[in-house]
Design a protein around this ligand. Structure first.
Ligand SMILES: Nc1ncnc2c1ncn2[C@@H]1O[C@H](COP(=O)(O)OP(=O)(O)OP(=O)(O)O)[C@@H](O)[C@H]1O
Ligand SMILES: [Mg+2]
Length: 296
């Protein structure tokens, strides 16, 4: 098991009950700055419940929550956000008919003293949006473009850039690649790596080990509300991660389906290999080093 001495965020023995339903039981995990922690698990494993605890939506029934080594007990998501724990939900809370720059600043007031939105300077808003997106390698032709005209991957990317700009220290992404095709998923994976390289502790929730593996530093596998495995990348090859996700015995039952899907899977794997290569070749160019960011 990996050393968690330098954890930015850590949970110890967290349980969450909904009446008699045990959604999480005795879950311990940690997130380091400048690393991508992948949270993997099947439907109903407890992934969303865990991130809701991390983001202050739910209170844990039991257990300890530490941020920067200090105990936390959030009463609302706002309190988590104020500490820099930002969550990008799948539906993104963006308004399709509004421009990219208006959406960029929409509802993101983690910094105190900004005042109401109407005092906001449009010129500053547009310029900041364009330059912040450019820093993430996203080239927006016109910040007046409506969000509805962006692709799913671009929308996710804007949401990630927005969280980074507003000073996220921990960035939680709930299934950001789930609805995306291979190419667009690749784009989002690239921004995950960029956020990590800016020193953010990224929590990447996914069903898909093929998406997790190229970008992840550390993998936490949830099963029926419990931690089924916790590995650093060196400790686990992709094949084993896939197998753990499917879960030993269940794998036999899945064999049939997997065989049917294997042709499609081969095509996807080839696409992801390309993506992984693209990510790899991008790494040396990224100027930011962990720790430089965070005062915005
Ligand atoms: N508010 C709630 N009330 C009762 N049970 C809940 C509630 N939220 C989650 N659960 C239960 O907790 C378990 C874990 O759910 P959760 O949504 O965390 O799973 P998940 O890993 O995110 O699944 P998926 O991949 O399908 O999104 C499920 O059995 C679910 O029915
Ligand atoms: Mg979920």
């Amino acid at each position: 098991m990996s050393n968690n001495g330098t954890a930015l965020l850590e949970i110890k023995n967290i349980s969450k009950y909904f009446g008699s339903v045990i959604a999480l039981q005795d879950v311990s995990a940690f997130v380091r700055a400048g690393e991508v922690t992948c949270l993997l698990g099947d439907n109903g494993a407890g992934k969303s419940t865990l991130i809701k605890v991390l983001s202050g939506v739910h209170k844990a029934t039991e257990g300890e929550y530490l941020f920067n080594g200090e105990r936390q007990d959030f009463d609302s998501p706002r309190e988590a956000l104020e500490l820099g724990i930002a969550t990008v939900y799948q539906d993104l809370a963006m308004i399709p008919l509004m421009s990219v720059w208006r959406n960029f600043f929409l509802g993101s007031e983690p910094t105190k003293g900004w005042g109401p939105f109407k005092y906001f300077d449009a010129k500053f808003g547009k310029e900041t949006t364009t330059s912040e997106l450019a820093k993430m390698g996203i080239d927006i032709r016109d910040p007046e473009q409506t969000v509805g005209t962006l692709s799913g991957g671009e929308r996710q990317s804007v949401a990630i850039a927005r969280a980074v700009y507003f000073g996220a220290k921990v960035l939680i992404l709930d299934e950001p690649t789930a609805a995306l095709g291979v190419k667009q998923a690749g784009v989002v994976l690239k921004y995950i790596v960029q956020a990590k390289n800016r020193g953010i502790g990224v929590i990447f929730i996914t069903h898909n080990p093929q998406h997790a593996y190229p970008v992840g530093d550390h993998f936490v596998i949830l099963r029926r509300g419990q931690v089924f495995g916790d590995f650093s990348k060196e400790e686990i090859p992709l094949e084993q991660l896939v197998q753990m996700m499917a879960g030993g015995a269940d794998l036999e039952a899945l064999k049939h389906e997997l065989e049917e899907a294997s042709q499609q899977g081969a095509a996807e794997a080839a696409g992801l290999a390309e993506t992984a290569e693209a990510i790899g070749s991008d790494l040396p160019e990224l100027g930011e080093t962990p720790g430089e960011q965070g005062e915005s």
